[in-house]
Ligand binder design. Structure first.
Ligand code: AMP
Ligand code: MG
Length: 318
């Protein structure tokens, strides 16, 4: 883990943050999903520094963030299915994996590239000033919950990165939907705010990744997401997914749809959208309070359920 000795510029100016990035710096910036930690995708040394700061396994590639479809086409070869999905859901919380167009892009030695066009206004302005693809995983220590609030970013990354860009906080709260368009039919690798139902409406052939295919897609030989191998999103405390929050211990924490008197810490939410927005803050706050058990109520039917269950069960797995 690198020592806290970097001089961190904290700014609300996207153009200042872009200057830092273009000089080879690494920059934490907000997106509509979670905070990202980015470097120019052409600067392989800076990209490698992201791995050091996050303590990220070196075979887990980064998503490239670009300002618009024209910039995306420079990085990646879109096929008709990819075009359809990006025209419908982009800018937004959707990431596509495609053959890589430019061999100079940093992709952790893969021939494919994961790309997305964020909708967060601060991210968009920053990417416009950068005018290069920005390779950015979520801004968190590898394996830990992604961060969705500036207070947590300042605690975690001051002194470790060259710049922190203050702007509009993430509105969604969980990471983007990831789709592998290099396999036929396309495969949903990671559910997000855009879910399987949304995708099926415009891409009826889309498949969900089967759990036995987690390291390699043997039928198509298509690349699958190396990140799926690793434990993710997990706080230090034990995460328990439960149908019933009624009898949880009084020194535990809970996130769910009802209010309970006797718990050490709780977040009450009224929808799956609010659940997505609060889940990672809940995990972070549980650890700050040294809570040992964090109970998460099963999300409601409908939008968000799939993505929430994905994150909570991964956080709960040992
Ligand atoms: P995050 O670190 O939260 O930004 O997640 C990025 C996800 O995208 C990880 O699961 C990566 O493994 C995945 N990913 C990035 N690039 C590729 C790629 N070229 N092929 C497959 N998965 C990728
Ligand atoms: Mg991540």
């Amino acid at each position: 883990m690198p020592e806290n000795k970097v001089n961190t510029l904290i700014t609300d100016s996207p153009s200042e943050a872009a200057k830092v990035l273009l000089r080879g710096g690494i920059v934490v910036f907000p997106t509509e999903t979670v905070y990202g930690i980015g470097a120019s995708a052409f600067d392989h040394n800076s990209c490698r520094r992201i791995y050091e700061v996050k303590n990220r396994p070196s075979d887990n590639p980064l998503i490239l963030h670009v300002e618009n479809l024209a910039a995306l086409n420079v990085c990646a070869s879109l096929n008709p299915a990819g075009k359809l999905v990006f025209q419908k859901f982009s800018p937004g919380a959707i990431t596509g994996i495609f053959p890589k167009n430019d061999p100079n892009l940093f992709t952790a030695d893969l021939k494919t590239v994961a790309v997305r066009i964020p909708s967060n206004p601060t991210a968009r302005s920053f990417l416009e000033f950068c005018n290069v693809p920005v390779a950015a995983p979520s801004a968190n220590l590898s394996g830990r919950p992604s961060l969705t609030k500036m207070v947590y970013i300042l605690e975690e990354f001051s002194g470790k990165v060259d710049c922190i860009l203050i702007g509009e906080e993430p509105q969604i709260g969980i990471e983007s939907t990831v789709i592998d368009f290099t396999s036929n039919p396309p495969i949903l690798l990671r559910p997000g705010f855009v879910d399987f139902q949304d995708l099926k409406e415009i891409l009826p052939e889309i498949q969900v990744l089967k759990s036995e295919d987690k390291t390699r897609n043997t039928s198509t030989e298509a690349p699958i997401s190396p990140g799926l191998k690793y434990r993710h999103y997990a706080p230090i405390c034990k995460v328990i997914l439960t149908e019933n929050l009624e009898n949880i211990p009084s020194d535990a924490a809970q996130i769910g749809f009802r209010f309970y008197e006797d718990v050490a810490y709780q977040i009450r939410i009224d929808s799956n959208e609010a659940y997505m927005k609060s889940l990672y803050s809940f995990f972070v706050e549980c650890d700050k309070r040294k809570i040992e058990e964090a109970f998460c109520e099963i999300p409601k039917e409908g939008r968000g359920k799939e993505a929430l269950l994905n994150r909570i069960t991964k956080a709960a797995s040992k």
